[in-house]
Design a protein around this ligand. Structure first.
Ligand SMILES: NC(=O)c1ccc[n+]([C@@H]2O[C@H](COP(=O)([O-])OP(=O)(O)OC[C@H]3O[C@@H](n4cnc5c(N)ncnc54)[C@H](O)[C@@H]3O)[C@@H](O)[C@H]2O)c1
Length: 436
């Protein structure tokens, strides 16, 4: 449990922790606010929902504990939930993804208790999750399922107040399904990731672009002419491969799923095993949601100067302990770039401690794409307040009406019109009598 110090006049204790949150430095709030407002300008769908929430207050008296990457876009989601009448408590969903200026502004400008510090250690990371659970949430909002897994294991008494939850990402949904299978899941959770308006855009275009952004900010490497190895051709991998190819790289893809491997091949990428890829790659990026995808035998075969990075949810995709054991020395080559010197003198560069590189070294997904993911979050929370009592303690999809509404609002904000079915077309599609 986190220690609670006596609050000072401004509500923040001497160690920075208080019921108003635990952030790095409140003096960063001014920069954070400006960046939150910039993101807001690129989140028209969420703004529309916020305006309606402010009038209708559909989340009145609901307490929400959110464990999300503390970014400018997340700040705007928190503002939207707050506008709907909810009391919101926020902690980070990764020790390295927090934007300290945003966390400061959430506390100072928006009165949203926020517990997150970039670079926090494992103990502090979990103490921040505990602080959010101590707020006795009715709804949990997770990204990776770290908050939801703490509830039934370490903080069981708090379960009685929770009636529903949401989960943002693929890895979190995988964990939730495992919890549902062994009956550990005690309330219904909606898998936001499964909405078309989430994974088709956020995972593909958002992760694709922002991962390259993270790699470039960390290394300033030239992508054109290089060989980029992408492990995993799911929604994130597809987007990433397209971006790397568009920047002039030769893209090698590794997969374990034959259908996805085939898709990668027909998208024009070379599909190889990691054993084949290891001596060829200049840059390796894992996005599988799996563990030890890059491991000892691969590091042993890599070229001098190979760069390894991860954009999957957890920092287990690269076997860092194995890399440590194989190394005779290491040093920081530049921020977010750790040089490991192997026996024989070859060097392997690990980016951002193997944590999601788009959030560690860059700013995460652009606001324009998070607009849709977080519109789903806001509308699903409203849906859960009304209907959670009718849902099984299981993992549920986003209602199709919400998914379509988000797409409709996004198209509207882009000034794009689409056709609608004529009555004859609608009839044709719902009958079987007309044929050859
Ligand atoms: N960086 C970010 O901001 C961000 C955003 C969205 C999702 N994610 C995370 O990225 C990861 C991937 O998400 P996704 O939506 O693409 O998932 P997905 O399930 O669509 O794709 C994962 C792919 O990896 C493949 N795979 C699994 N084990 C493998 C292995 N050993 N070698 C090669 N391929 C393997 C699977 O067959 C699958 O095709 C998840 O951990 C997810 O939570 C990160």
């Amino acid at each position: 449990m986190p220690t609670r110090k006596t609050e000072t006049k401004n509500g923040i204790a001497a160690n920075g922790e208080a019921k108003t949150g635990h952030v790095k430095d409140l003096k960063l709030a001014r920069d954070g606010k400006a960046r939150i407002e910039w993101a807001d300008r690129h989140m028209p769908v969420l703004r529309t929902i916020r305006a309606r929430f402010a009038k209708q207050r559909p989340l009145k008296n609901v307490r929400i504990a959110a464990c999300l990457h503390v970014t400018t876009e997340t700040a705007n989601l928190m503002r939207t939930l707050q506008a709907g009448g909810a009391q919101v408590f926020l902690c980070g969903s990764n020790p390295l993804s927090t934007q300290d200026d945003v966390a400061a502004s959430l506390v100072a400008d928006f009165q949203i208790p926020t517990f997150a510090i970039k670079g926090e250690d494992h103990k502090t990371y979990y103490s921040h999750i505990v602080s959010c659970i101590e707020a006795r949430p009715n709804i949990t909002m997770d990204d990776g399922c770290d908050l939801v897994t703490v509830l039934p294991t370490k903080m069981k008494p708090y379960l009685k107040d929770v009636f529903a939850g949401t989960e943002e990402t693929s890895t979190g949904v995988t964990r939730l399904r495992a919890m549902a299978a062994d009956k550990t899941l005690r309330y219904p959770v909606v898998a936001i990731n499964d909405a078309d308006t989430k994974h088709l855009f956020d995972n593909r275009y958002g992760t694709g672009q922002s991962t390259m952004d993270g790699v470039l900010r960390a290394t300033n490497m030239l992508v054109a002419g290089s060989t980029v190895v992408i492990a995993g051709y799911g929604w994130c991998g597809r987007g990433l491969a397209a971006r790397a190819k568009g920047m002039g790289a030769t893209v090698l893809v590794t997969e374990v799923n034959p259908v996805r491997a085939l898709e990668a091949a027909m998208d024009g990428h070379q599909v190889v095993s990691m054993t084949e890829a290891a001596p060829r790659g200049d840059l390796f990026i894992t996005v599988t949601g799996n563990k030890s995808v890059l491991r000892r035998e691969h590091f042993a075969a890599m070229k001098d100067g190979a760069i390894v990075a991860n954009s999957g949810h957890f920092n287990v995709e690269i076997d860092i302990p194995a890399l440590e054991r194989m190394s005779v020395g290491k040093r920081m080559a530049r921020p977010y770039v750790e040089e490991y010197r192997l026996r024989g003198g070859r060097r392997v560069y690990l980016l951002g401690e193997g944590r999601l590189i788009n959030l560690a070294a860059a700013e995460g997904h652009p606001a324009m794409v998070m607009d849709m993911s977080f519109a789903n979050q806001a509308l699903v929370v409203e849906h859960l307040v009304r209907h959670a009592d009718r849902l099984e303690k299981d993992v549920h999809g986003v209602p199709e009406a919400i998914d379509k509404e988000v797409a409709r609002l996004k198209l509207k904000s882009m000034g794009t019109t689409i056709d609608s079915l004529t009555p004859a077309q609608a009839k044709y599609l719902s009958t079987w009598s007309e044929g050859t």
